[in-house]
Design a protein around this ligand. Structure first.
Ligand code: CP
Length: 306
């Protein structure tokens, strides 16, 4: 294990070098092949979810348990002293005294970074507002590598809410290490933020902006769909105008590359029809499954056990 992982916070994928990313993917692949049920015996994960989650929370908690560790935490801040006005700083400072590592999600951008100031234990960001979702990116890359047998020189389309979707922000940043060709497909008001596009430019990553998904479908190796993030819109009318703007159905899957795989961080709403599930190009359920191994790897590495 690179010694730099022990005790490390995982807040933004931009803090991961290419060797860091590859090290996590390698450890995750080892754990997928060979379970290690006692690796984290005696360790406790604090699972602090201030915002709803199915995959991230349950895969972190399952990962810890499958490695022999234990979990304390909450899935709903209304059952904690947050309800009485306790600050994030104070809550995390307390949880860090009971646990060895904390996985957290919070609706505010920057909350995970703020939590690191309160904790002497590693903080793993399970999503902060519209900002970052670094372990999602690691599992996305793991899945891309699993399906394409490589990470370099792939054509990848991001489709949907690229403004508020934290998964696409993190993944676009990570792809700067792998010479990707990126297609950003979104309505004009939900396009990829300029700070991400500037990073792509600075790293000489080719990208283009589109409004129609059909334009790019035949060109890509990975179609990364995202839901319109209803909960982040300040204006309800704006959400109503775009909520059904994209919808992939099985009949759209013609003239596409044989190796195309459809990924989605999930949950899905209307953008991905259930008739796509039976397609050999669909890979989003396997993607969510891979989160288990990637999160096992991240937990074990920050605890210095891999
Ligand atoms: N992909 C993802 O973050 O899903 P959850 O919101 O269910 O954790």
């Amino acid at each position: 294990m690179p010694s730099t992982f022990k005790g490390r916070d995982v807040i933004s994928i931009s803090e991961f070098t290419k060797p860091d990313i590859l090290a996590v993917l390698k450890k995750a692949a080892q754990l997928k092949k060979q379970p290690q049920p006692k690796l984290l015996e005696g360790y406790v994960l604090g699972s602090c979810f201030f915002e709803p989650s199915t995959r991230t929370r349950l895969s972190f908690e399952t990962a810890m348990q499958r490695l022999g560790g234990r979990v304390v935490g909450f899935a709903d801040p209304s059952v904690t002293s947050t309800k009485k006005g306790e600050t994030l700083y104070d809550s995390i400072r307390i949880v860090s005294q009971y646990t060895d590592v904390i996985a957290m999600r919070h609706p505010l951008d920057g909350a995970a970074r703020r939590a690191t100031e309160a904790s002497d234990k590693p903080i793993i960001n399970g999503g902060d507002g519209a900002n970052q979702h670094p372990t999602q990116t690691l599992l996305d890359l793991f899945t891309i590598q699993e399906t394409q047998k490589k990470l370099e020189n792939l054509s990848i389309a991001f489709v949907g809410d690229l403004k508020y979707g934290r998964t696409v922000h993190s993944l676009a940043q990570a792809l700067t290490h792998f010479n990707a060709r990126i297609y950003c497909v979104a309505p004009k008001n939900l396009q990829m933020p300029d700070y991400i596009l500037d990073e792509l430019k600075a790293n000489k990553i080719k990208f283009s902006l589109h409004e129609k998904m059909s334009d790019i479908l035949p060109k890509v190796d990975i179609l990364y769909l995202t839901r319109i993030q209803e909960e982040r819109f300040p204006d309800r009318m704006e959400y109503e105008q775009v909520k059904n703007i994209y919808r992939l159905t099985a009949q759209d899957l013609h003239g596409i590359k044989k190796n195309l795989r459809i990924l989605h961080p999930l949950p899905r709403v209307n953008e991905l029809a259930t008739d796509v599930d039976a397609s050999p190009h669909a890979y989003y359920f396997e993607q969510a499954h891979n989160g288990l191994y990637v999160r096992e790897a991240v937990l074990a590495m920050v605890l210095g056990k891999l």
